[in-house]
Design a binder for this molecule. Structure first.
Ligand code: IMP
Ligand code: MG
Length: 178
């Protein structure tokens, strides 16, 4: 029998084991260890979803590095529509290699906002590491430097990913039952 969980009255089926997740995290870490040996990168984890990914990844990073945490806050701009900003960036990013840590890239809208905001800080380079990626949903051109696993265009929970606030604590990934 497949393992299922019920969250907010929706049923989810176990989809990716924690062992597979750790392997994917390890592969990303190995590549960053090689690619950024001389960069002293600043990892920028995008909260809330990437808290487990960033913690597990950092334990596997063996090069000199820093980590900071940011969150996208939206506010009502002076014109119509919402504007967004990145809160929590205290470091000087000027001239730094910044590696953004995302839990999942779906349409890419969030990434575009993060990218635009980071550019204002004049970093030397911005790289993107995402644990999960939905290639069929992605509509943007920003290059994803490190992708842990491609995912189908379905709703997932676990390992940091939530459904309306719940499910982040699950160690495996679960997919919405059809
Ligand atoms: P995007 O802006 O469409 O790329 O979506 C990015 C954000 O939406 C992620 O950082 C997640 O917070 C959330 N998200 C996208 N897909 C899922 C999912 O399958 N489960 C839970 N959250 C998701
Ligand atoms: Mg997120």
């Amino acid at each position: 029998m497949q393992k299922t969980v019920t969250v907010h009255n929706k049923e989810f089926v176990k989809y990716i084991s924690s062992e597979k997740i750790q392997k994917a995290v390890g592969k990303i870490a190995a590549r960053i260890n090689k690619d950024s040996k001389n960069d002293r990168p600043l990892f920028l984890a995008v909260l809330n979803g990437s808290f487990l990914f960033s913690a597990d990844l950092l334990r596997k990073i063996k090069i000199e590095c820093e980590i900071s945490f940011t969150k996208i806050a939206s506010y009502s701009g002076t014109k119509s529509g919402k504007a967004s900003t990145l809160i929590g960036i205290n470091q000087d990013l000027k001239g730094r290699t910044v590696i953004v840590l995302e839990d999942i890239v779906d349409s890419g809208n969030t990434l575009v906002k993060i990218f635009a905001e980071l550019k204002k800080h004049k970093p030397k380079k911005v790289k993107i590491a995402t644990l999960f990626f939905k290639p069929h949903a992605y509509k943007k051109n920003i290059k994803l430097d490190y992708v842990g696993m491609n995912m189908p265009n379905d709703f997932l929970i676990g390992y940091g990913l939530d459904y309306d606030g719940l499910g982040r604590n699950l160690t495996d990934i679960y997919i919405l039952k059809k």
